[in-house]
Design a protein around this ligand. Structure first.
Ligand code: UDP
Length: 450
C-alpha cells in the first residue's frame, strides 16, 4: 500500500566499495515502492554508479549523482595497496557529498527531508543534524559484526590490545565460540587512529544517534542473546532483510551460459567458487585449490577475478574442461538456487552468505578481511552451515578434505539440513506477518512522519 507523503526528497549517501552500494539501492527501491511520492537523490562515485547500472537497471524516482572519488588525476590501482582508493575517498568526505548535495537542492529547489546512508558514512549523522532531518543508516552486514563495533571499547578493555588470539569472548552474550582472532582487524589491535578500523569505531559511537538503523539481515538468524544485546545497545536497530527476497536486484544476464551448464550436472555435485567482487586468491592458494578440484574431479563453476589463463596452473583449464567452467562473472543468486550446486567456496562476504542461505547451500569459507573472519567462525561454530579451512589458507589436502566433508559426508548432510532451516526462517521473515516486514513498516513510519 502506498503511504501518503508530500514533497519528500531523500538524500542517499553510498559507500562505493565492495558490495555496499547494491544493497543500499535495494533498500531505496523498496522504500520507493512503498511510498510513491518520495524522490531520491543517490550520491555515489561515478565508478560505483556505473556498476550499479551495468545490468541495465533504471529506477524511477531515484536519480543518480556522482561525487568525487578523491583519487588523484591519472591514479593507477596499486595491487599492493588495495585500500588506497578507500583512503582517498575518505579524505574527500564529507566535502564531496556536501557539494553534490548543494547542487541538487539548488537545481530542484527541494530541501532534503531525510538522509539515508551506508552506516560506514557515519558523518551523515552530523549532516542530518545540521538540516534537522532524521538519519537512517543501513548496516550491510551481520548484526554480530555491528555489535563488535558498538562494543569496541569494552572488547579492548576485556581482551586487551593485541591480546592472545585464541581467547574466546565468553563474557559477550552469544559469542562464546568466537575468538579474539576472529574479530575484524584493528578492533582490538593497534591504535585506533586511521583507516577503516577508526571509521568503524566511529560508526559504533555514532549509530545510537540515528532515527533508525536498518540492516540487511533477519532477526531469526541470531540467537536470542544476540538480539537482546543488540536491542540494549541500539534500541532502534531493525533487521529488514534479506534484501534479495524483499527487493531482488534486476536479474543478472547469464551471458557465459552458467545455468545451462549446471543443467547438465548431477544434483548437489557442483562446487560454485567465488570470492566476491574484488578478492583474488594469492597464487599458492589458487594453485592449491585448482589442484584439489582436479585431484578430486569435483565438478566446479568458478567466477574468477583476474586472468584464469595466466593465473591457474598450466593446462588446468584444458584438463578440467569436461567437468569445470571458469567465467569472469556469474549470476550468483540463480546459481546458488540451482539444484546441481552442492557447496559454495566463498570469502564469507555477507551478501554471499545470505545468498547461500537462500539457496540452501553449505559453504567452505576462506576469509580475508573485515567481517569475513567473524562470519566464517559464526557459520562454522554457531549456525553449523559451513567449514573454515585450516590456518585460513587453502592447501591442496585441506581443500580436498573440505569438499569431501560437504559433498559426500553425513556432516555435510547435517549442514544442508541446518541451512534449510535458516532458509525457511529467512522466507518467513519477509512474509506479510514476518519480523522483517514489521521492522520495515517501522522504518517507513520514521520516513513518513517527517
Ligand atoms: N556476485 C555475482 N556474481 C559473481 C560474483 C559475485 O553476482 O560472479 C555478487 C554476489 O551475488 C554478491 C556480491 O557480488 O551479491 C558479493 O558480495 P559480498 O558481500 O559477498 O562480497 P564483496 O563483493 O563485498 O567482497
Amino acid at each position: 500500500p502506498e503511504t501518503k507523503t508530500s514533497r519528500k526528497h531523500i538524500a542517499v549517501l553510498a559507500f562505493p566499495f565492495g558490495t555496499h552500494a547494491a544493497p543500499l539501492l535495494s533498500f531505496v527501491r523498496r522504500i520507493s515502492e512503498a511510498a510513491s511520492d518520495v524522490k531520491f537523490s543517490f550520491f555515489n562515485t561515478a565508478q560505483s554508479n556505473a556498476l550499479l547500472f551495468s545490468n541495465g537497471g533504471e529506477f524511477e524516482r531515484v536519480k543518480f549523482h556522482d561525487v568525487e572519488s578523491g583519487l588523484p588525476d591519472g591514479y593507477v590501482f596499486n595491487k599492493s595497496h588495495p585500500n588506497e582508493p578507500v583512503e582517498y575517498f575518505l579524505k574527500a568526505t564529507p566535502g564531496n557529498f556536501e557539494r553534490a548535495m548543494e547542487i541538487v537542492v539548488a537545481e530542484t529547489g527541494v530541501e532534503f527531508s531525510c538522509l539515508i546512508s551506508d552506516a560506514f558514512i557515519w558523518f551523515a549523522a552530523e549532516m542530518a543534524e545540521k538540516r534537522r532531518v532524521p538519519w537512517i543508516p543501513l548496516w550491510t552486514s551481520a548484526s554480530r559484526s555491528l555489535l563488535v563495533h558498538l562494543d569496541t571499547d569494552n572488547l579492548r578493555e576485556r581482551l586487551g590490545i593485541n591480546g592472545p588470539g585464541e581467547q574466546t569472548l565468553v563474557f559477550f552474550p552469544g559469542f562464546s565460540s568466537i575468538r579474539a582472532m576472529d574479530l575484524p582487524e584493528g578492533t582490538i589491535s593497534g591504535p585506533l587512529d586511521e583507516g577503516v578500523p577508526v571509521l568503524l569505531h566511529k560508526v559504533g559511537q555514532i549509530l545510537p544517534k540515528a532515527a533508525a538503523v536498518a540492516s540487511n539481515s533477519f532477526e531469526e538468524i541470531d540467537l536470542p542473546d544476540v538480539n537482546t544485546l543488540m536491542k540494549s545497545r541500539l534500541p532502534n536497530f531493525l533487521n529488514i532483510g534479506p534484501f534479495t527476497l524483499t527487493s531482488p536486484p534486476p536479474p543478472d544476464s547469464d551471458k557465459y551460459g552458467c545455468l545451462e551448464w549446471l543443467e547438465k550436472r548431477e544434483k548437489l555435485s557442483v562446487a560454485y567458487i567465488s570470492f566476491g567482487s574484488m578478492i583474488q586468491l594469492p597464487p599458492p592458494e589458487l594453485t592449491a585449490l585448482a589442484e584439489a578440484l582436479e585431484a578430486s574431479k569435483t565438478p566446479f563453476l568458478w567466477s574468477f577475478r583476474g586472468n584464469p589463463k595466466e593465473q591457474l596452473p598450466p593446462g588446468f583449464l584444458q584438463r578440467t574442461s569436461a567437468y569445470g567452467k571458469v567465467v569472469p562473472w556469474a549470476p550468483q543468486l540463480k546459481i546458488l538456487e540451482h539444484s546441481s550446486v552442492g557447496v559454495f567456496v566463498t570469502h564469507g562476504g555477507w551478501n554471499s552468505i545470505l545468498e547461500s542461505i537462500i539457496g540452501g547451500v553449505p559453504m567452505i569459507c576462506r576469509p580475508f578481511f573485515g567481517d569475513q573472519k567473524l562470519n566464517e567462525r559464526t557459520l562454522e561454530t554457531v549456525w553449523g552451515i559451513g567449514l573454515g579451512v585450516e590456518g585460513r589458507k587453502f592447501t591442496k589436502d585441506g581443500a580436498i578434505k573440505a569438499l569431501e566433508v560437504i559433498l559426500c559426508s553425513e556432516q555435510g548432510k547435517i549442514m544442508r539440513e541446518k541451512i534449510a532451516v535458516l532458509k525457511q526462517l529467512a522466507f518467513q521473515a519477509v512474509e506479510s506477518e514476518g519480523s522483517s516486514t514489521a521492522n520495515f513498516k517501522t522504518v517507513m513510519e520514521v520516513i513518513t512522519k517527517t
